[in-house]
Write a protein that binds this ligand. Sequence first.
Ligand SMILES: Cc1cc2nc3c(=O)[nH]c(=O)nc-3n(C[C@H](O)[C@H](O)[C@H](O)COP(=O)(O)OP(=O)(O)OC[C@H]3O[C@@H](n4cnc5c(N)ncnc54)[C@H](O)[C@@H]3O)c2cc1C
Length: 415
Amino acid sequence: MKCVHVIGAGLAGLAAATALAAKGVRVELHEAAPQAGGRCRSYFDPVLGQTIDNGNHLILSGNRATYGYLRRIGAEHALAGPARARFAFADVRSGERWTIAPNDGPLPWWTLSRKRRVPQTSLRDYAGLLGLLWPGRGKRICEVLRCDGALWERLMRPFLLAALNTEPETASAALAAAVVRETMAKGGQSYRPRIAHPTLAATFVDPALGFLAKKDVQVHFGARLRRILYDGVRATGLDFGERTLTLAEGDGVVLAVPPWVAADLVPELVVPERFRAIVNAHFRVAPPPDAPLMLGVIGGTAEWIFSFPDRVSVTVSGADRIVDRERESLAETLWQDVAAALGLPEALPPWQIVKEKRATFAATPEQDARRPKAETRWRNLALAGDWTATGLPATLEGAVRSGHKAAEIAYSRTR
Ligand SMILES: Cc1cc2nc3c(=O)[nH]c(=O)nc-3n(C[C@H](O)[C@H](O)[C@H](O)COP(=O)(O)OP(=O)(O)OC[C@H]3O[C@@H](n4cnc5c(N)ncnc54)[C@H](O)[C@@H]3O)c2cc1C
């Protein structure tokens, strides 16, 4: 029977492998690291004595591909979040607090209510957001949207920075629009916040490995692909160093590795070459009982605070400005914001800082233009990864969609 070799067990690779296995295709999954998950992983941290995630991952209820993936692997229940779209914010400079409370349907009548919208905003500010929906190609966000004022500072900037992991002032309007069209513009039912519960691995990774085991998919860890052999029209072999696999006629390959690795393996491939960092801080402390699952921070270094039963975690996106700072100093700065926002003591609890320097490609128009399609000129080789041309920024939703797309291509070509 023909086999599809999926290279890379991040979310794109896992989505591709599970989609193919669900269709009865023979699959082998090869991962360089000793564990699956890639940039969406959990591990035991000896300093905290806890299992933590490399970074908090937010998804939204409108992320339909991600939901499809979770349904397939039986993990849809492993998400936590409020029944309605609710986003709590705290300004750590002024002490002001507010919660935005969008209504479920697509007509945004919540913006009529002062109690439900962002303080110091007017209906006119929200009408201005329409410019972002269909911005045209190559534009930056601030060419189509007012990038100042209360609505920008207190909602749109934090939301877009989190979604794009790139300073919104320089980021692609088209990528921002794609996110907004599929979530905010469809009404509260499509942007209920959801986070993995209790860990990323328990939601996105372990159930996928369980699903693959049931489908008799072989998963090889510590298997770093070093070279792909080609003839004029197809990939003919996979060189893993200690062993080389010969691909039979009809076998397929889904390459779901980071862009810089793909560029080494695939001749003449153009890929994004600029990246943005994310810094996460994890504090071993019980949050106050009334702490929201997720709190947006305005006016601090911390941007989002996530409260878990046994820890509080902070995310800073587009974090290149702080990523090279000493870890101790980062922990202290971020804890000050947490203490102020959640009303916790100022003494620093046990902490861990996780820096991901190449967390995502920079979501600028220039980098977006460098993203390749899933199809390649080799008929049995398809690309996957959040950096391929999904039309979305580098997110789980983009990674999963790319995996599904590559799986479709591989499926149609191995039959
Ligand atoms: C800290 C952080 C926070 C984030 N927050 C969010 C969020 O809130 N919401 C959201 O939607 N997204 C978020 N993201 C983005 C999200 O994690 C990524 O979009 C997604 O995980 C990318 O998956 P991927 O499979 O495309 O790539 P990767 O996860 O990078 O997977 C690639 C895999 O290929 C493997 N590999 C590399 N080289 C080889 C080789 N030669 N042979 C075999 N295997 C190889 C790697 O080990 C890795 O497992 C965040 C990312 C980070 C880092």
